[in-house]
Ligand binder design. Structure first.
Ligand SMILES: [Zn+2]
Length: 204
């Protein structure tokens, strides 16, 4: 059971325990794969020139706050497969800890997804994407945002999301102030979260 933590400036940002297992089952997995591939075609999920992946998509598992999410390092795949997903079983913001199970580990952004599921019982899907132009537009128009000092992968960002999400409509897009180019969309279904983002795409 490998356990890992990443630290910066002497501060432990995130620790997780990953239990290797077959791909997680989910009744909406087909839709999750389809929307994930669509986001990748739009360039809102993928891999940066330096090889770091960005963007992820998750869906609540029936009857609790656990969820399945696209796994760390899978942004390079044009087409997602079930083995590119893992189940997140525990999100402990206070301890900065995530327990996940599946073929590949979850990303540190899982805590941000978990913060929405924990505070929005009506949310069944969360999408995290990166797009510079949309991010700038959301900032210019004063869209809901987390504070600029709440950085990627920190409990501060998870707490900020947990505070903001319950104040927003059932379908919402928020800008992550301390995570440049990063947005979070959530809704009662994968399609609803996807449509909220699609509505913000530039007209062709
Ligand atoms: Zn991100």
């Amino acid at each position: 059971m490998p356990t890992s933590s990443h630290s910066a400036e002497g501060y432990i940002k995130f620790s997780f325990t990953h239990e290797p297992a077959p791909p997680p089952a989910h009744p909406a997995l087909a839709g999750l794969l389809r929307v994930r591939d669509e986001l990748r075609r739009w360039g809102w999920l993928g891999v940066l020139p330096d090889g770091i992946g960005y963007g992820n998509i998750s869906a609540r598992r029936p009857g609790g706050n656990t969820f399945v999410i696209s796994a760390s390092g899978t942004g390079r795949h044009k087409n997602a497969l079930p083995e590119h997903f893992c189940a997140v079983l525990t999100v402990d913001i206070a301890r900065n800890f995530v327990l996940c199970r599946g073929p590949l580990p979850a990303s540190s952004e899982s805590m941000s997804h978990g913060a929405v599921y924990a505070t929005r019982p009506d949310t069944h899907a969360v999408i995290h994407v990166h797009d510079r132009a949309l991010y700038a537009r959301l900032r210019a128009t004063g869209a809901p945002a987390t504070p600029d000092d709440a950085e990627f992968g920190t409990p501060e960002l998870a707490r900020a999301i947990a505070a903001l999400a319950p104040t927003l409509p059932p379908v919402a897009v928020l800008r992550l102030g301390g995570h440049p180019d990063g947005m979070l969309a959530f809704g009662p279904s994968i399609g609803a979260a996807r449509d909220a983002l699609a509505a913000l795409r530039p007209k062709e």
